[in-house]
Ligand binder design. Structure first.
Ligand code: HEC
Length: 402
C-alpha cells in the first residue's frame, strides 16, 4: 500500500499533477464532482473515516486529494490521440454509464482505432525521429522511417521490429484509404534492419565519420546523450577521469586523436561512438549503401575518406556496448532489440506522449524509473506492443486522476 502510494506520488510529480494545470493542461474537475466515479468520496480523503479527533495520516499528500474523473480523462485522451475534443455523445457515454471505467475503456479503444490516431502517430514519430518529408530531386523520402514505426505500432507488432525487420521497412501510408502499403527500401542494403538501414535517415544524418547517425540512434532509441556507457569506476588518464568501460587505448589516434585528454576526454564518448559508426559508414549522403566507406574524416586542409583505423586501434572490432560485439547492422539491430535501455526508452517516450511532456533528450523530460516500472513490465509481458502500453498508460491512475 505504502509502495503504491509512493509510486502514485512519483507518477503524479512526473505528470506535473502538482502544477495548476494538471497533466493535461485542462482544468481540474470542480469541487462538486458530480461526473466523477463513485470512488471519489472514499479514495480521495482517507481522513474522514475513524476518529474525528485523530491527526491527519502522516503520509497523506496533496496528491491523495486527486479524484478520478473518466470524463476529464476522456477529454484529455481525445485531444492527445486524435487532436479533437470528444463528441457530446462520447462524453455522455462515459458520464451516464453505470460502469464509467468500462465505458471510458471502450471510448479509448475507439480512439486508438481512429484513423486520426494513425495520422497523429506519424506526426509524433516524425518529431521523435527528427525526420519527415517526401522524396524529391532523386533523394529518398524522409517519411518512410516514421511511417514504418507507426505501422509497427498501429498493427501491434513487436516494437523491436524497428531494429530487426528485414522486409517492408519503407512502407507508405495512404490517408485517403487509411492503409499502409508494403514497401522495401531500395537503397542497396544487403540485409535490412528496420530503421537502422533507412535511406531517409541515413541521408538526413549524414556527417563526418558517421557519428551523427550513431548519435541519432542513441538519442532517439536510448533516450540519452553520449556518453552511452560507463565503467564501474573511472580510471585516471593523464590526470583526467576516463569513464568508459573499454580500454582507453582502443580508439584511434590518427589522423584524429581520440585519446586526447587536454580539453575533454574524447574517449568517454568515442570508445562507444567509434565502435558503432563504422557500421553506418557505407551509406552515402543520399542514404544509398555502397561498397566502401562514404564518410569523411575532417582533416585540414583536405578531408580524408574515413577508414577503420581512424576510429579504432588495429585489432578492435565494432560493438554496440561493452561485451556486445556486432559485425553489421542486422546484428546491431538484434543487440538493440535485447537492450533494456531501449525498452525503457520506448515506454518513457510513450509516457511523455500521454502526459504531453517535451522531448526526453533535448528537453530533459525524463521519467523517474519508479514511475515507468509498471509500464515497462507490462510492455515486456505484452510482446512489446507499444499501442497496448499506451492504452495501459491512458487507463492508469496517472492519467485518470486529477
Ligand atoms: C560528450 C561526448 C563527446 C565527447 C567528450 C567528444 N565527442 Fe566527438 N562527437 C560526439 C558526438 C555525439 C558527435 C556527433 C555530433 C553530431 O554530428 O551531431 C561527435 C562528433 C565528432 C566529430 C565529427 C564532427 C564533424 O565534423 O561532424 C569529430 C571529429 C569528433 N567528434 C572528435 C572528437 C574529439 C577529438 C574529441 C575530444 C577532443 C571529442 N570528439 C569529444 C560526442 C563526443
Amino acid at each position: 500500500m505504502k509502495r503504491t502510494r509512493m509510486l502514485t506520488l512519483l507518477a503524479a510529480l512526473a505528470a506535473g499533477a502538482c502544477s495548476s494545470s494538471g497533466p493535461s493542461g485542462l482544468e481540474p474537475p470542480s469541487g462538486d464532482n458530480s461526473t466523477g466515479d463513485p470512488d471519489n468520496t472514499t479514495s480521495g480523503n482517507p481522513t474522514t473515516s475513524g476518529d474525528p479527533e485523530a491527526p491527519p495520516i502522516p503520509d497523506k499528500t496533496v496528491l491523495d486529494d486527486r479524484v478520478t474523473s473518466y470524463t476529464e480523462a476522456l477529454r484529455t485522451a481525445s485531444l492527445k490521440l486524435v487532436r479533437n475534443l470528444p463528441t457530446l455523445q462520447q462524453i455522455k457515454n462515459v458520464e451516464t454509464a453505470t460502469d464509467q471505467r468500462a465505458a471510458y475503456e471502450a471510448e479509448i479503444d475507439t480512439l486508438l482505432a481512429d484513423q486520426r490516431f494513425t495520422s497523429r502517430m506519424i506526426k509524433w514519430w516524425r518529431d521523435t525521429m527528427r525526420q519527415g518529408g517526401g522524396a524529391q530531386d532523386n533523394k529518398p523520402s524522409r517519411d518512410t522511417a516514421p511511417v514504418f514505426a507507426t505501422r509497427v505500432m498501429i498493427e501491434e507488432k513487436p516494437y523491436t521490429d524497428l531494429f530487426t525487420a528485414s522486409t517492408n521497412t519503407c512502407p507508405t501510408y495512404d490517408g485517403g484509404t487509411n492503409t499502409f502499403n508494403d514497401g522495401n527500401c531500395d537503397n542497396g542494403v544487403p540485409t535490412h534492419a528496420g530503421v537502422l538501414t533507412n535511406p531517409g535517415v541515413m541521408m538526413q544524418f549524414y556527417g563526418n565519420m558517421a557519428f551523427r547517425r550513431v548519435r541519432w540512434v542513441q538519442e532517439v532509441f536510448v533516450c540519452t546523450k553520449f556518453p552511452a556507457e560507463y565503467a564501474a569506476e573511472p580510471r585516471q588518464v593523464n590526470g583526467a577521469d576516463y569513464t568508459g568501460p573499454w580500454p582507453f587505448e582502443s580508439v584511434g589516434t590518427a589522423p584524429i586523436n581520440f585519446q586526447d585528454t587536454s580539453s575533454v576526454v574524447c574517449a568517454n564518448c568515442h570508445v562507444t561512438l567509434n565502435r558503432v559508426a563504422p557500421l553506418f559508414a557505407n551509406f552515402n549522403m543520399n542514404g544509398q549503401w555502397m561498397n566502401d566507406s562514404q564518410v569523411e574524416t575532417p582533416t585540414v586542409p583536405d578531408p580524408q575518406k574515413t577508414v577503420i583505423s581512424h576510429w579504432l586501434r588495429n585489432g578492435e572490432s565494432t560493438a554496440w556496448r561493452f561485451g556486445e560485439p556486432v559485425a553489421d547492422l542486422p546484428a546491431l539491430g538484434q543487440a538493440m532489440a535485447a537492450d533494456t535501455d531501449v525498452h525503457d526508452c520506448a515506454v518513457a517516450r510513450m509516457y511523455n506522449f500521454a502526459m504531453s511532456k517535451e522531448d526526453i533528450v533535448s528537453d530533459l523530460a525524463t521519467v523517474p524509473p519508479a514511475v515507468l516500472k509498471p509500464y515497462v513490465e507490462e510492455f515486456l509481458a505484452n510482446g512489446m506492443n507499444l499501442k497496448k502500453t499506451l492504452r495501459t498508460i491512458l487507463l492508469s491512475e496517472d492519467f485518470t486522476k486529477f
